[in-house]
Design a protein around this ligand. Structure first.
Ligand code: PBG
Length: 324
């Protein structure tokens, strides 16, 4: 009988050994909390498809930001639901619009200790729910949308955003917004580019979270999940146009893209554990089918292992409080 010459199990024998040889770790500072602010609400309201997540009011979101900071979370990513939606998303570029006010109010509370990253996209502000303005025949008009993003970026930069989460997937958006920010004297406002953003069924619960009015889909601007080379092209373009951080979204189904991005660009790589990824863990845990905390940690750790240096997740505060 021949015995194994190599025994990898030696390093798995005790908790101490396992901890010592761990190659990646979750840390609260790596986590970014997406939050939803509804301009119409006077009390926070639970989102049924995202257990534990609420639509916040303009004041409750500030408390939540303080709680995130207290837990050691690295950043916060506000999305807003405005009272008025119209064809061009006017409220997105109103200096007193709900997202600008949210950004300023959070910044006022947390100062420079928590990174504030409002979403730079029109879909919450348009009555048709698309990420841009439409042509007469209903297509999303790339270049007209860039002008709207530039104006929105300047408004959010002036409101005090540290970074802007450019999530609209229009061609040239990073370069165009960068130029507008520089022109407005906002040279320190950074861009977190949703470089590789796929058209995904995993965004389902987000649509409830923002009371989306979208008919149809986003396949003419978000990427086809069949493609990987295309994601590398998008990442290269965003890096060349001046992105400060590149993001891959969703997370777990696209870890190959995360790994490729981390190898390819000399920029931090972020990943977004989207609403459907969070919801499926919560739903299975509620039924007692999986251990929710363990599954969450495993999913997030896998993103770190793939090469992400930061993770947007609805579980950011929970996880940070638990692992700290
Ligand atoms: C669009 C946007 C979406 C998400 C973040 N930003 C929705 C979409 O592209 O349809 C989804 C996030 C999630 O599902 O958690 N600006």
């Amino acid at each position: 009988m021949s015995f194994p010459a190599h025994r990898p199990r030696r390093l798995r024998r005790t908790p101490g050994l396992r901890r010592l040889v761990a190659e990646t770790r979750l840390h609260p500072a790596d986590l970014v909390l997406p939050v939803f602010v509804n301009e119409d609400l006077t009390a926070r309201r639970p989102i049924s498809s995202l257990p534990g997540v609420h639509q916040e009011t303009l004041s409750s979101v500030v408390d939540l930001a303080a709680e995130a900071l207290d837990a050691g979370v690295g950043g916060i990513m506000p999305f807003a639901i405005p009272t008025v939606r119209d064809a061009v998303g006017s409220q997105a570029t109103a200096p007193d619009g709900v997202l600008a006010r949210t950004t300023a109010a959070i910044k006022d509370k947390v100062g420079d200790d928590l990174v504030v990253i409002p979403d730079l996209c029109l879909d919450e502000f348009t009555d048709h729910g698309h990420c841009g303005v439409l042509t007469d025949d209903g297509a999303v008009d790339n270049d007209a949308t860039l002008e709207r993003y530039a104006a929105m970026g300047v408004v959010l930069g002036n409101a005090g955003a540290d970074l802007l989460g450019a999530s609209g997937m229009m061609d040239g958006q990073i370069g165009h917004v960068r130029a507008a920010l520089d022109e407005a004297g906002l040279k320190d406002t950074g861009l977190l580019a949703y470089a590789a953003k796929y058209s995904s069924a995993f965004y389902g619960p987000f649509r409830e979270a923002v009371d989306s009015q979208l008919q149809g889909d986003r396949r003419t601007y978000q990427q086809n999940s069949a493609n990987a080379v295309e994601a590398l092209h998008e990442i290269d373009l965003d890096a060349a146009e001046g992105a400060d951080i590149v993001m891959v979204k969703p997370g777990l189904p696209y870890l190959d893209i995360v790994a490729a991005a981390a190898e390819r660009v000399a920029l931090p790589v972020a990943v977004y554990q989207v609403s459907g990824e969070y919801a499926q863990i919560k739903a299975a845990a509620e039924r007692g089918w999986i251990d929710g905390d363990a599954a969450m940690d495993e999913a997030l750790l896998s993103m770190k292992r793939a090469g992400a240096s930061m993770i947007a997740t609805y579980a950011a505060v929970d996880v940070a409080q638990r692992i700290r």
